[in-house]
Design a protein around this ligand. Sequence first.
Ligand code: MN
Length: 131
Amino acid sequence: MKKVLIVEDNPAGMRLMKMALKNPAYRLLEAADGLQALMLARCQHPDLIVMDVRLPKVDGLEVTRRLRQTPGFGGVPIIAVTASAMGGDRERIIAAGCDEYVAKPVDTQQFPRIVARLLASNHPAAGGPGG
Ligand code: MN
């Protein structure tokens, strides 16, 4: 059983991602703001985190930076989800410590494949994939 933490403040976005990741092999955890995400991540130690970038309280990139500084979270795959994944945004997202990013609304066919691929390659990474 893999624990997947979904961080998303928009209820429709959350529903879409939960539907896309509905899988008997996954236990889905939900957080609706940055502080809840940090708390839940630290006490539940998910195997992968899906991170909305624009969040109340603490934004998704700051949550990612804080988690990357937390012992045990160096290699947990984090997928950023953002409405605007272009130009400098990509650099900011990767620099914050995310492994991948996907654009909103998530593609319900592609998204679970990205999650499965990252779960399968969960090892301490020095950064994102090359590029
Ligand atoms: Mn949001």
